[in-house]
Design a protein around this ligand. Structure first.
Ligand code: AMP
Ligand code: MG
Length: 421
């Protein structure tokens, strides 16, 4: 790729390659995977539609009652005063009355039951007066269509109910059910291999030796991948050994659609990812103007898209959500901008920020005195402090050029509920 020769990419941009530019370059390199499969509705959640879903029928299929009450001819009901109608039958949900309603008649009807021919309104049962001998007193006025759900008002037959490229949430799965679908075509799940690098790392379950720490990144990234419904393949921990890393990347590049490493991409002496991918792939090393998470490697290793994320856990998480997740969503066939959702809120307190890089501070949303949403910081923002993300319910996105933020200023936030699937 062209950037790979450009090892100085980002220089001349002050703090490095602008984040939006990094995201654009990454998305430009990634195309939806061609493979697709049929899945039953019970396994469709979180998958991405590979076909347009047309409504084969009107939803609802017929005009029906929105309330329990009486189906009437609205023309029978006076604008003032009341009319006494004769109750000639009852329709429950699941039944259908064919016989048309004649003038002066009404039919008891339950929510969801088709409105009989001739009737054009439903009066709530709480609003009528009941007399002996099946007589019902209906007060006016009653406009045509009152308490009637129209055939096709939710979906008209032949219309596109769900477009290809849509990620299926519970409500989309529900709509598929309402259309009578048993299964749907979805994009195949990308295989994503992820591994940690660093001589200092040991796995949970092992006792850290002197100078060692437990590996957190692989568990965070693995969980984020599973939440995204890709096929996550745990490549384990690799030491800072160029040979071993080269072999591992070479192998992953043969079977995976994407490979993610953490650690070893900064300028430290043991930063081996650089050396390893120089042989195994075509990878550019960027200094992205974001904080946390400045160093990033991106390119191809074998048949895989490659992401080398920084080692500090919050940096790994931030680069994953800002740059890797949009790319994986595109690989999965998801349509649209794929940008994390951002909303403006008021800063509840002063936020420290140096101009130069886009910052992702960890924040807590809360209602202000006037009821408007405001955000405060979780406190210390070290990129090694993973608990800052645990305490957070959003990322406060402070634009690169911005300096300190005063209390009361508007800032953008990315709610974690939307960012984390
Ligand atoms: P590196 O990017 O390899 O220079 O690592 C930066 C910092 O992140 C160092 O303090 C590493 O010990 C730490 N680190 C790297 N990988 C992990 C990991 N998988 N889990 C926790 N901390 C890590
Ligand atoms: Mg390292």
């Amino acid at each position: 790729m062209t950037e790979s020769q450009d090892s100085a990419t980002g220089e001349g941009h002050g703090g490095g390659l602008p984040l939006a530019e990094a995201r654009r370059r990454i998305l430009d390199e990634v195309a939806p995977l061609a493979g697709r499969e049929q899945v039953p509705l019970g396994r469709a959640l979180g998958r991405v539609l590979a076909e347009n879903i047309y409504a084969p029928l009107d939803v609802p299929g017929a005009d029906n009652a929105a309330m329990d009450g009486y189906a009437v001819r609205s023309a029978d009901v006076p604008a003032e005063g009341a009319v006494t109608l004769r109750e000639v039958g009852c329709v429950l949900a699941g039944q259908a009355r064919q016989q048309p309603l004649a003038a002066g008649e009404c039919v008891r009807i339950m929510t969801g039951a088709p409105v009989p021919p001739g009737a054009d309104a439903v009066i709530m049962q709480e609003e009528v007066g009941l007399m002996d001998e099946a007589e019902v007193v209906v007060p006016g006025p009653l406009a045509p269509g009152t308490n009637v759900r129209r055939a096709g008002e939710d979906l008209a037959a032949g219309s596109v109910a769900l477009g290809a490229g849509r990620r299926l949430r519970p409500q989309e799965v529900g709509v598929l059910g309402s259309l009578g679908r048993v299964e749907v075509a979805v994009h195949r799940r990308p295989v994503v291999a992820f591994l940690s690098t660093g001589d200092e790392l040991c796995s949970p379950g092992q006792t850290p030796g002197p100078g060692q720490i437990h590996d957190s990144n692989r568990h965070l990234i693995g969980a984020a991948l599973r939440a995204l419904r890709v096929q996550a393949v745990d490549g384990g921990i690799l030491g800072d050994d160029v040979g071993a890393l080269k072999a591992a990347l070479g192998e992953a590049g043969c079977y995976a659609d994407a490979v993610i490493t953490t650690g070893g991409v900064s300028v430290g002496e043991a930063d081996t990812v650089k050396e390893a991918v120089e042989c195994a792939g075509d990878v550019a090393f960027w200094r992205v103007a974001m904080r946390p998470g400045r160093p990033l490697a991106f390119g191809r290793v074998g048949q895989s898209v490659f992401f080398g994320l920084p080692g500090n856990p919050v940096s790994a998480a931030a680069t994953f959500y800002q740059l890797v997740q949009p790319a994986l969503r595109r690989l999965m066939g998801e349509a649209g901008t794929l940008q994390p959702v951002q909303l403006p809120v008021i800063a509840a307190e002063r936020l420290r920020k140096r101009p130069g890089r886009t910052e992702f501070q960890r924040g807590i949303l809360e209602p202000g005195a006037d009821g408007a949403v405001q955000v405060r910081s979780t406190g210390a923002q070290g990129s090694g402090m993973l608990t800052s993300l645990v305490h957070a319910d959003c990322l406060i996105v402070l634009e690169a050029e911005r300096g300190d933020v005063a209390a009361g200023e508007t800032v953008q936030v990315q709610p974690l509920e939307g960012l984390q699937r």
